[in-house]
Design a binder for this molecule. Structure first.
Ligand SMILES: Cc1ncc(C[n+]2csc(CCOP(=O)(O)OP(=O)(O)O)c2C)c(N)n1
Ligand SMILES: [Mg+2]
Length: 651
């Protein structure tokens, strides 16, 4: 075996070997990126990154985001060699059923896997969220306990995706100086040379949005280290280190080719590469003791930092310690809410404004903002003093008109830990956030999505602004709780549910228009649905503003001798999670069911059955005052009364 000039050279070669072998064994995966970024990775992990393999989730660790997550074998190799709980067996089971080493690394803080993507560009934005979380916590708690950086790897694909443009613009504006990204500028993406698709001047683009941009040979570790030192010294701008690299670096025939992006190199090329880079060609998964020793020494930096941090936490002054405890060991949240008079007209979005002072007080980690619609979403903590370059302690984040970034940044804050973030906009624009919402659900991230202007009843803004299929499509997303409260008090409960969910996202969907406050007991939202008014001839199941239509219709139906039950069903996911007894108690047995929701009827047959009646809107909206829309499309109590009578007489 060729002697390596340095331990770093050995580490780079071993990582390349592990990536090649794991992909070869799985007969699937991406060897090109891990080989092309191995020099950068060894520099960052070996010389800078502050993490503790014995305590992967230590809150003050540096964050390492792999936005080009297709290069997952790079991360798994690093985690394994550095002593995180990723075993050699895991590497050998790359991409196999039940292994820790999925094709794309999903979040797993116990293994040292930070949020990584997946859908290109999401990691970029999530890292921005992590950097915001760090700045904010450092301002609130103090740098004795919060003093870490966010490092990320990004690729051509990440930078081509629009979400990175939004996130970069926000990061530059907010002067997130503790964020450092390494751009794998290898000129290759799946379909070939990026000269055919991506010829913009990346350096100029990032400079234009207030980033500190550096340019290095991505295989020159001294140059990478020097650029990192410079990036660390610049505190008022995020840094992008453009690293010129060769994909599949070291593979005699495969390097520099698009083929090496996402397919095994082939036995012959793997052997030839091992020979070329000084690894024993006949060995697979080669990792000599020296390479573990090298990483163990490097990880000592993080272990020591962690020990010192524990000592500082133990001796922290009362105030900082107390806040730390509240942030990291939150107690269940009980919300009182304003005393809303039954019958009073209150748009459910308006509850946000009334309730936020109480939430902000009881949940010190509560932070978030809207995408330039705070006037409409009413999501305000202290908007006059937002989070900014000069006010890191601000708890209102002005996302600007950047819904994609708001989604991914909110996730970054959520998975950073310590904070309870929300992002708010019009419900129809949830489409612009959907990839991030899906990731929040997939990652069990407790992001709170606040979506106002929830139906055609937003009125005059017209069909482009009126959600139709959104409720159905979001209800179809696993692990997302979608709550559409019927009135102000249900909205208070919805917030309580959201703030107490630690293991996944909750969406709160709110009306623009006023709705009367229901005369009812608190409780019910947490069970997903409940009986508002009893009756045994027919069950009217509604959500949000249509609950009131159902109640009025039920009153009218008494004149026809029909006893209609009204069920408010603000959250399907929570309702389906109840035991059968409760569900039957609410929906009754053998009683005809009618659903009323001003949205696509898709899915309601799950509640009302195929012989039930679904009252909804299966076409796009219209621009008009909302009462007129309700009349035109059958959402008045008279309409419902008529339809229910027809249903019952047809039986
Ligand atoms: C949103 C999204 N679109 C498409 C893909 C599929 N995909 C994976 S990697 C990639 C591009 C690869 O080019 P680059 O980012 O430069 O990575 P490299 O080949 O240099 O490692 C694409 C299109 C994806 N993961 N996410
Ligand atoms: Mg590339």
């Amino acid at each position: 075996m060729t002697a390596f000039a340095s331990q770093e050279d050995l580490a780079v070669a071993v990582i390349k070997g592990l990536a090649m072998d794991a992909v070869q064994k799985a007969n699937s995966g991406h060897p090109g990126m891990p080989m092309g970024m191995a020099d950068i990775a060894v520099t960052v992990w070996g010389r800078y990154l502050k993490v503790d393999p014995d305590a992967p989730a230590w809150p003050d660790r540096d964050r390492f985001v792999l936005s080009n997550g297709h290069g997952s074998m790079l991360l798994y190799a690093l985690l394994h060699l550095a002593g995180f709980p990723v075993t050699m067996e895991d590497l050998k089971n790359f991409r196999q059923w039940g292994s820790h080493t999925a094709g794309h690394p999903e979040i797993d803080h116990d293994l040292g896997i930070e949020m990584t993507t997946g859908p290109l560009g999401q990691g970029f934005g999530t890292g921005v969220g992590m950097a915001i979380a760090e700045e904010h916590l450092r301002a609130r708690v103090g740098k004795e306990l919060v003093d870490h950086r966010t490092f990320g790897f990004v690729s051509d694909g990440d930078l081509m995706e629009g979400i990175s443009a939004e996130s970069a613009s926000l990061a530059g504006h907010l002067q997130l100086g503790r964020l450092i990204y390494y751009y794998d500028d290898n000129g290759i993406s799946i379909d070939g040379d990026t000269a055919t698709t991506f010829t913009e001047d990346v350096a100029k683009r990032f400079e234009a949005v207030n980033w500190h941009v550096l340019d290095v040979d991505g295989h020159d570790r001294e140059a990478i280290a020097q650029a990192t030192d410079e990036a660390l010294a610049v505190e008022d701008k995020p840094s992008l280190i453009i690293c010129h690299t060769v994909i599949a670096h070291g593979a005699p025939n495969a390097q520099g080719t698009a083929k090496s992006h996402g397919a095994p190199l082939g036995e012959d090329e793997v052997r030839a590469t091992k020979e070329a880079i000084g690894l024993p060609p006949e060995e697979t998964f080669y990792a000599p003791q020296e390479v573990y020793d090298y990483f163990r020494d490097a990880m000592e930096r993080g272990r020591t930092a962690h020990r010192e941090w524990e000592a500082r936490l133990a001796s922290a002054d009362g105030e900082a310690k107390k806040l730390w405890e509240e942030l990291y060991n939150p107690k269940p949240v009980v919300l009182e809410g304003p005393a809303y008079e039954p019958g009073k007209a209150v748009a459910t979005r308006n509850v946000n404004k009334d309730l936020f002072p109480e939430i902000a007080d009881k949940v010190p980690g509560f932070i978030g903002g809207a995408a330039d619609l705070v006037e409409s979403t009413k999501t305000e903590i202290d908007v006059a003093r937002p989070f900014s370059a000069t006010n890191r302690a601000g708890r209102d984040i002005k996302f600007g008109v950047r819904e994609h970034a708001m989604g991914t940044v909110t996730n970054g804050i959520a998975v950073h830990g310590g904070l309870r973030p929300y992002g708010a906009t019009f419900f129809v624009f949830s489409d612009y956030m959907r990839p991030a919402v899906r990731l929040s659900a997939l990652m069990n991230a407790p992001s709170i999505w606040v979506w106002t202007h929830d139906s055609v009843f937003l009125g005059e803004d017209g069909p482009t602004h009126q959600p139709i299929e959104h409720l159905a499509s979001l209800r179809a997303m696993p692990n997302l709780w979608v709550i559409r409260p019927a009135d102000a008090t249900e909205t208070v409960e919805a917030w309580e549910v959201a703030l107490n969910r630690g293991d996944g996202p909750v969406a709160i969907v709110q009306t623009r228009q006023n709705v009367p406050v229901l005369d009812r007991q608190r409780g019910g939202v947490a069970r997903g649905g409940y009986v508002l008014r009893d009756g045994d001839d027919v069950v009217l199941v509604a959500t949000g503003s249509e609950v009131h239509v159902a109640l009025e219709a039920a009153d009218l139906l008494t004149d026809d001798g029909v006893a209609a039950r009204v069920v408010s069903l603000p959250c399907w996911e929570l309702f389906f999670a109840q035991d059968e007894e409760y569900r039957t108690e609410v929906l009754g047995e053998g009683i005809p069911r009618v659903s009323i929701e001003a949205a696509a009827t898709f899915g309601w047959e799950r509640i009302v059955g195929l012989d039930g009646l679904t009252i909804g809107i299966d076409h796009f909206g219209a621009s008009a005052p909302w009462k007129r829309i309700a009349e035109e499309w059958g959402f008045t109590s008279d309409d419902v009364r008529r339809l229910v009578s027809e249903l019952l007489s047809g039986r």
